[in-house]
Design a protein around this ligand. Structure first.
Ligand SMILES: [Fe+2]
Length: 151
């Protein structure tokens, strides 16, 4: 099952949103390949791509947070560092042992937990901060009903 980028995840900055969309696309495409039994053919390229792509993405996102005087910048940056280290570790394991089942499994765990724990939670908190500082209502996740009940 794919985890799709949806409008409520927007941080309100087109460049960052487009980068997040690309990350979702790449991870979903890798998951599809794994489900079709083609993980061993795709995992090395996917990890290489992610290693390069996040370097630019994290740089852009951190610059943006710093310009917006975002109080949680340090803890947010630590999550970026941890994911970068995880991707470097995956790259090394694949280089040394090849695209083994264990390395494919580990890669999918790292990528999915990145989507779920970082983009859906930590980046969403950033979006919340940015929209409140602009005095805008935030896009809530679809499972939260923000409509006021009228009697
Ligand atoms: Fe982030």
């Amino acid at each position: 099952m794919a985890i799709e980028w949806e409008e409520y995840l927007s941080v309100g900055v087109e460049r960052i949103d487009n980068q997040h969309k690309e990350i979702f696309r790449r991870i979903n495409s890798l998951m599809d390949a794994i489900n079709q039994g083609e993980g061993s053919l795709r995992v090395a390229d996917a990890v290489d791509f992610m290693g390069e792509y996040i370097a630019t993405h994290f740089h852009d996102e951190e610059l943006f947070m710093s310009e917006a005087c975002y109080a949680a910048l340090d803890s947010h940056r630590k999550e970026h560092e941890k994911f970068s280290q995880d991707v470097t570790m995956l790259k090394k394991r694949i280089m040394i042992d090849g695209a083994t089942k264990m390395n494919i499994l580990k890669t999918s765990q790292v990528m999915i937990s990145w989507l779920v724990q970082h983009i859906l939670v930590t980046d969403k908190a950033l979006a919340h901060h940015l929209s409140s500082s602009r005095g805008q209502e935030i896009n809530s996740p679809p499972w939260i009903n923000t409509k006021k009940e009228t009697i």
